[in-house]
Design a protein around this ligand. Structure first.
Ligand code: GLC
Ligand code: GLC
Length: 816
């Protein structure tokens, strides 16, 4: 069953009933100011860092789930009846409810007793504020007198403190109200130089800034006393819970529409110019007032909204496909690309499942996210790579996470996840292929952000691989350290203490736990390194890397091979993991995926055997589970993976991040049917019609879908912020549709189901635009062996680097 539908023309998902199985969210902002917003206007905003600069309050894991937001109330001043056009928090029965989630904006509206209202929420490009453009229309045959109340609850900046330190918080809250603008200035008197503002374009009947006054004691957001009574109290918050609400009275003729613009924003002042007049305690507003004035003008709002849409047209225009599959088209052209930008911006910080106070940026996560957005914003990808590399340790190892605000490695979590460094190499490789900007390799980047330790980025890459070579186990495989890609395979942890972190605890030293997965990843990465080294003119390193890849391949094909599939690891004691010898967890998805993606076993039949085993043991109609059989009890020597009930998360859940590796592996083994089949099983759009089972948003990937051992098989969790976005984008666009940036050109190498027919792709690459037509008749399952570029024939399937960087080229490819 569906709860809405796609509108691909407008690049929107339109939700047509408010009671979606879970709140279905969207993101506002793309640079510094961000927010999440649900289909019923729940959510919150922050500046740069969801923990350290939280603007508004949100109550995670509440009942109902989605409490706190950008709520608007309307009140019929003749009857006293009141409602929220976004359904929450009042939950009145509405007509024509709809929520349109678009790219960087959300529009929520409905009709109630003849009054239509709709609010557009977005963040203008380049600004640190969000706009709510509210339109109220009187559809009644008679005049309507309506009160409008907007509302937000300020967070006292540091979100964790805000959730915990009440003995202090209840006494620190401060606001100023000037010309109807509510300024939130808690802690501004001392060490903060930033404040928030909440402004409204209409003349006010009143305002409120103290939550208790607005809601009334013992009331919730569903029936604020101020709204019920139709009268703001002009409260000024001193301590307790500062909030913002404006009261606007509308007198609407039949058919009349009124537009009210509301702004919520963030502003910083120089430390020596915080107060006006100097010496006072009053916020200096001279910088913020012009900004407020500009966006309270509806004409500027319209221009800014158009600019946001143009921005997305430009970004998405870099890769557009027109195939016979509506799922492929809308995911590649719109939603998957959009999700990749969101994961670039937010990493794993703020969603409905990530509280914004937990994780920073992951070293491996950010490196992989890059694979999905590098073509859209190469300059920011470059910056990101340098930031990541600057947190690398001199050993070549890495902090597992770093903080986006400080860009420093996170000491609480530390390092020792031995796959981490490899991902940096893959990220740089993707950047080089996209841009050809080899100068990045000479960029001086410090280790652990310590001045004086700067070395060329190239040196960082060399150390990344050396890190694994310096840490080989008895079989010659890389030691796993705390964990590899699978954070929950903790082979040195041995935790028996409740509450102890599986990620950071190593209770037993001196083990020999090795990872076949890192072995495969190392082969993939070393082969890339060989090409990067050649590009860099370093033939010695090029040979060393190629040799290292070849010898690791031999190790993986022996110690890492189980007869019908790749093994997963060797534990602390040297006992095999992911083998027929294991009663539970005898096969894992990750090594099948990454080893084949690295090219291991493609020539000698191992890859095909492994793929057959995946299909037989791991594949389900909802996607491919991580391992099988699931672990039914806790294995001290395996760690967190065996703490999850069967079928969830890393214990035999469909961990969607890994599935595209199998799609790529299928494509590399020339099986277009298999590749696309796996693609569609987890593709959000293709799962739309089972939304009551899937439950998460049908327009973006979730990290996990419950596996076959779970009672809720098919139910998704943890939508939005997952490496799933980038890898699925890579699998479909680069391997199934086959349009791939390479060091020396653009590859056109689709691997498709026989039933597919011709399709077209527009790809901007290194400044040129390629209009590519892949000619294929139904029934053919071959590959492209020649191309014509503007009518000239080219042998093979590589479009050489553009001769005219700003040229537009017509490319014809023929599947034989
Ligand atoms: C989460 C982490 C990612 C890890 C994966 C598997 O998605 O963010 O780094 O690889 O889980 O444990
Ligand atoms: C938890 C999650 C896993 C994540 C890890 C690191 O173990 O299950 O997916 O990678 O935390 O934060």
């Amino acid at each position: 069953m569906r709860y809405g539908h796609f509108d691909d023309e407008r690049r929107e998902y339109i939700i047509t009933r408010p009671d979606t199985p879970l709140p279905w969210i969207n993101y506002l902002g793309s640079e510094a100011y961000f927010g999440i917003i649900s289909n019923t206007a729940g959510g919150y905003s922050f500046y740069r860092d969801a923990r350290l600069r939280r603007l508004t309050r949100y109550r995670y894991n509440n009942a109902p789930l989605d409490v706190g937001g950008r709520y608007v109330y309307l009140r019929d001043d003749e009857t006293g009846d009141f409602w929220s056009p976004s359904w929450q928090p009042t939950q009145r029965e509405l007509e024509d409810y709809s929520c349109r989630h678009g790219l960087g904006y959300t529009v929520i509206g409905s009709k109630y007793k003849g009054i239509r209202a709709e609010t557009l929420y977005f963040v203008p490009l380049g600004e640190d504020l969000e706009v709510w453009r509210i339109r109220v229309t009187n559809d009644r045959p008679t005049r309507a007198k309506v009160s409008l109340f907007d509302s937000i609850e300020f967070c006292l900046w540091e979100a964790l403190e805000d959730n915990t330190n009440f003995q202090r918080n209840y006494s620190t809250g401060q606001v100023e109200v000037e010309d109807g603008v509510i300024y939130h200035k808690t802690e501004y008197r001392e060490r903060r130089n930033h404040f928030a503002f909440f402004a409204c374009s209409a003349p006010l009947a009143g305002f409120d800034t103290q939550r208790d006054n607005f809601l009334g004691a013992y009331r919730g957001w569903d029936r604020p006393i101020v709204v019920e009574e139709g009268k703001a109290t002009d409260s000024i918050a001193h301590g307790w819970q500062p909030m913002g609400s404006h009261h606007v009275k509308l007198d609407l003729a039949p058919g009349e529409t009124r537009e009210v613009v509301v702004l919520l924003g963030y502003q910083e002042n120089p430390n020596d110019d915080k107060f006006d007049p100097p010496g006072s305690q009053t916020i200096n507003k001279k910088r913020v007032k012009p900004v407020i004035a500009r966006y309270l003008d509806p004409a500027n709002v319209e221009i800014a909204f158009q600019a946001l849409n143009d921005h997305w047209t430009r970004l998405l225009g870099i890769l557009q496909v027109d195939t016979g599959s509506e799922h492929v088209n809308r995911m590649v052209n719109i939603w998957n690309a959009y999700q990749c930008m969101v994961t670039f911006n937010l990493s794993r910080s703020a969603s409905l499942f990530e509280s914004g106070i937990g994780r920073g940026m992951g070293f491996r996560d950010s490196s992989q996210d890059l694979l999905g957005f590098v073509h859209m914003i190469p300059a920011r990808a470059r910056e990101r790579l340098i930031d990541i590399a600057a947190t690398q340790l001199p050993t070549g190892g890495a902090y597992h996470q770093y903080q986006p605000l400080t860009k420093r490695g996170n000491n609480d979590i530390g390092g020792g996840f031995n796959d981490d460094p490899c991902w940096l190499v893959l990220g740089v490789a993707a950047y080089l292929k996209e841009t050809g900007d080899v100068a990045i390799l000479d960029e001086l980047v410090p280790y652990d952000n310590k001045p004086g330790t700067e070395m060329p980025l190239y040196d960082h890459l060399q150390r990344s691989l050396q890190y694994n070579l310096d840490r080989l186990g008895p079989h010659g495989l890389p030691l796993i350290g705390r964990a590899d890609w699978n954070d929950c395979l903790n082979l040195n942890c041995f935790s028996e203490t409740p509450g102890e972190s599986f990620q950071t605890t190593e209770n037993k030293g001196g083990g020999v736990a090795e990872s076949v997965f890192i072995g495969g990843l190392f082969v993939l990465t070393s082969n890339e390194m060989a090409k990067i080294a050649a590009l860099h003119g370093d033939t010695v390193q090029a040979k060393a890397s190629a040799d290292a890849a070849a010898s690791m391949t031999r190790v993986v094909e022996t110690a890492g091979w189980d007869g019908d599939w790749f093994r997963r690891a060797y534990d602390y004691f040297g006992k095999v993991v992911g083998s027929k010898e294991n009663a539970e967890g005898s096969i894992f998805i990750e090594p099948q995926g990454i080893c084949i993606v690295a090219g291991i076993g493609l020539e000698n039949g191992m890859a095909q055997k492994a793929l057959d085993s995946v299909e037989e043991r791991l594949a389900t109609k909802h996607g491919i589970v991580l391992n099988n059989p699931a672990f039914t009890h806790y294995y001290l020597e395996l760690g967190e993976i065996s703490t999850y009930p069967e079928g969830y998360k890393e214990n035999a859940g469909i961990f969607c991040h890994t599935n595209p590796w199998l799609m790529i592996a299928e494509a590399m083994s020339n099986d277009g049917e298999g590749a696309l089949d796996y693609y569609l099983r987890i593709c959000p759009s293709a799962r739309e019609e089972i939304s009551e089972i899937h439950r998460c948003e049908p327009y973006v990937y979730a990290q996990m879908i419950a596996g076959k051992d779970a009672p809720t098989h098919g139910e998704a969790k943890n939508s939005w912020l997952s490496g799933t976005a980038a890898w699925n984008f890579v699998a479909i666009s680069q391997w199934i549709l086959g349009i791939r940036a390479e060091y020396d050109g653009l590859r056109v190498d689709p691997v498709l189901p026989a039933a597919w027919e011709s399709f077209t792709v527009t790809r901007q690459f290194r400044g040129a635009t390629y209009k590519i037509r892949i000619n294929k008749t139904r029934g053919q399952a071959g590959r492209v062996s020649s191309l014509t570029i503007d009518g000239r024939k080219v042998e093979g399937n590589l479009i050489p680097l553009p001769v005219r960087p700003d040229g537009v080229f017509e490319v014809e490819a023929f599947v034989k």
